[in-house]
Design a protein around this ligand. Structure first.
Ligand SMILES: [Zn+2]
Length: 679
């Protein structure tokens, strides 16, 4: 859902509650008037009702549970039909402490002002800072003027993050043609004037005739992708090799579990120690009353049936409580079972139950093995002598478009190497690592069980949090499990709660998935550039990606030279993305993660940048689409109808090709494979 919240405090409550926030379109400002924070959030019906009762308003239903499955099936069916037919400026650091002057007037500064044209519609976007940083009621209006004298105005909203005033900003505004002059006016009397610049102001070289592209025909599961990687390795042996990453994942596997009793009245949860696929599934549990008076609590496990004989009192009736039964089972069968009391059942007498079957709740039992994660290494010289580029996707399971982007990129590089001189030259000078599915177990769960799954399948909950009603909330957020600026170091935007959507795990690099990404950086010291591909929202970001509170202290900001390099490269890559279908990543969504999206403690790009000295970027593919009828921006979601995902794969693959050109050009300026000094 895209929600409009009543105020900034509501947004901060939402974050603090551990809500599953997917995007924050154009920051999340608090302001007077009707300008209120927008947020894309994954919510249950009950949670939505609560939010609505607190003043939230639904702006857009982006996707419903199950939509992903329908879009997946439709994409596969369409692919099959085609086959059958025989077709083959640094932000956030600009805060100023100057107060309004004695007369009460403030001073305004344009931090950014840009215009661009996308699909025939021209837009303008600005960020303006007032010196009256403490005054929450300052209102700023911007008047635009085109070359032929048309004018119009729009309001900005005050953007505060972690109690620190950042600037005033608005969503990109549709204007009739290129604006030549912008005048910002504050309610305190300050004004500023600027001629906006073209954004991003760069275009990529056009693809040469005969350039091959469009290698994606449907959404792809981890199994589909594994087959594609093997095929590419067979087809282009001189240019590519498969790299087995050192850490197998736990696998698409869970323990078997069941409620013994009535969860609404009195019940315990019994869970096998073994995975369901390794014998846990199908084990049965039953309770029987002891025969006669004063019988002790007892249990046997025979022929895959756990029989619990409940204790009786002097009058022969059952006296065992849920707590006693759960503790007894766990103590008597420590290698076979664990058990705990269902919420609300503590102290109640355990009911007599006919056999209950334990189950892992997974629908795709054929996928149960630990997963060998694989990357492609692409280049003419794969010996560490050329600068390396690491491109990885689907850390988050539900982001189905992201491996399509990285696979399309990989196949473009391989297929065109023989026929396109520039592609050949790129592969002669750069060593590219492509890891399409970082989190295959979570991806399998997302495709087969719960399409909004974000995390991996490693359940580190203990006790009652292992209740199967929480099954869609278990797992570790792979992109919060890294070592720099982590929640364990006191940074914001991750959680040690195992049920949180941004659960960081039991410790830094506790997970196979994150350890695999770092192993690539560690084992290949020539890697100097990295791109972490996520969805959705249309962002282009770099470090710092986290801050600590109080005071919103970010990880160290890149120095002026590196900040300039990040921004200059970003403009080239944003320009290349725009050539496919005119998608322009907004200036307000281009910059450090901590400034343009949110604080993400323990994310991978921060470790790659600060520990290894790698220029580490993040994409959020899937830009908002402009609805000309409603004059609104609309979110695309994690699993859009396939045509949209396909378009994202094509445009962002072009961006990745431009990233490789950036690496090539940078290395030509500085012919060494040594990384920059890590911060
Ligand atoms: Zn993500």
């Amino acid at each position: 859902m895209r929600l409009k919240l009543p105020d900034r405090a509501a947004f901060e409550r939402l974050v603090a509650s551990g809500a599953d926030i997917a995007a924050t379109p154009a920051a999340s400002p608090r302001s007077s008037g009707d300008a209120s924070p927008l947020v894309d959030v994954v919510v249950t019906g009950a949670a939505l009702k609560t939010l609505q009762s607190q003043g939230a308003r639904v702006v857009q239903v982006i996707a419903r549970a199950g939509d992903g499955t329908a879009n997946f099936r439709a994409s596969k069916a369409a692919a099959a039909a085609r086959t059958a037919a025989g077709l083959t400026a640094q932000k956030g650091g600009s805060r100023t402490t100057a107060a309004a002057d004695a007369t009460g007037a403030d001073t305004l500064h344009f931090l950014q002002s840009y215009w661009w044209t996308s699909k025939g519609q021209t837009f303008v976007q600005v960020e303006v800072a007032t010196t009256a940083v403490q005054d929450p009621d300052v209102e700023i209006q911007v008047q635009w003027e085109t070359a032929d004298g048309q004018t119009g105005t729009f309001p900005l909203q005050r953007f505060v993050d972690a109690d620190e005033y950042q600037y005033h900003v608005a969503l990109p505004q549709a204007v009739p043609s290129k604006p030549v002059k912008l005048v910002a006016t504050s309610s305190l009397g300050g004004t500023a004037t600027q001629a906006p610049k073209a954004w991003p102001g760069t275009t990529a070289p056009p693809a040469p005739s005969g350039y091959q592209q469009d290698f994606i025909s449907a959404y792809m599961t981890p199994t589909d992708i594994q087959q594609r990687l093997r095929r590419l390795a067979r087809q282009y042996p001189e240019l590519v090799e498969l790299v087995d990453l050192p850490n197998k994942t736990n696998g698409y596997r869970r323990t078997a579990v069941g409620y013994v009793g009535d969860p609404a009245a009195a019940a315990i949860v019994v869970e096998t120690k073994a995975f369901g696929s390794a014998g846990g599934n199908g084990i049965q549990v039953k309770t029987v009353a002891g025969t006669g008076a004063n019988r002790p609590l007892a249990a046997t496990f025979r022929d895959r049936v756990l029989t619990i004989t409940l204790a009786t009192g002097a009058d022969g009736t059952v006296v065992s409580t849920t707590d006693e039964v759960a503790a007894f089972v766990a103590a008597k069968f420590p290698t076979r079972f664990t058990a705990f009391v269902e919420d609300g059942s503590a102290g109640k007498v355990m009911p007599v139950m006919s056999p209950v079957r334990l189950d892992d709740g997974l629908t795709a039992s054929g996928l149960s093995r630990p997963w060998q994660v694989q990357a492609l290494r692409i280049g003419t010289h794969r010996d560490g002598s050329k600068p390396g580029v690491l491109i990885y996707s689907q850390e988050h399971a539900r982001e189905w478009a992201t491996p399509l982007v990285t696979l399309e990129f990989a196949e473009r590089m391989l297929a065109n190497a023989k026929t396109d001189a520039e592609t050949k030259a790129l592969l002669d000078s750069v060593d590219v690592f492509v890891l399409p599915v970082t989190n295959p177990d979570g991806a399998n769960y997302s495709f087969n069980d719960y399409n909004f799954q974000r995390k991996n399948l490693d359940n580190f909950c203990t006790g009652a949090a292992r209740d199967p009603k929480n099954r869609n909330r278990w797992g570790v957020d792979v992109n919060r499990n890294y070592t720099v600026g982590s929640v364990f170091d006191g940074y914001v935007g991750a959680s040690t709660d195992c049920l949180s959507t941004v659960a960081a795990g039991t410790g830094e690099l506790s997970e196979a998935e994150s350890s695999n990404v770092i192993s690539l950086a560690k084992n290949h010291s020539n890697i100097r550039y990295a791109m972490n591909v996520h969805s959705y929202g249309g962002y282009f970001m770099w470090p710092p990606g986290a801050y600590s509170l109080p005071g919103r202290i970010t990880l160290p900001r890149p120095d002026a030279e590196q900040s300039a390099a990040f921004l200059a490269s970003a403009k080239r890559i944003v320009g290349a993305i725009s050539t496919t279908r005119g998608t322009v990543t907004w200036p307000s969504n281009t910059g450090p993660v901590a400034d343009v999206l949110y604080s993400a403690a323990g994310n991978s790009a921060d470790q790659l940048y600060y520990e290894f000295g790698i220029y580490a970027w993040d994409f959020e593919v899937g830009n908002d689409l402009w609805n000309a009828t409603t004059q609104q921006w609309e979110g695309v979601g994690f699993q859009p109808p396939y045509d949209e995902a396909h378009a994202e794969s094509q445009e962002y693959a072009a961006g990745l090709v431009e990233l490789v050109r950036v690496a090539r050009d940078d290395a030509a300026d500085e012919p060494t494979t040594t990384r920059r000094e890590a911060k």
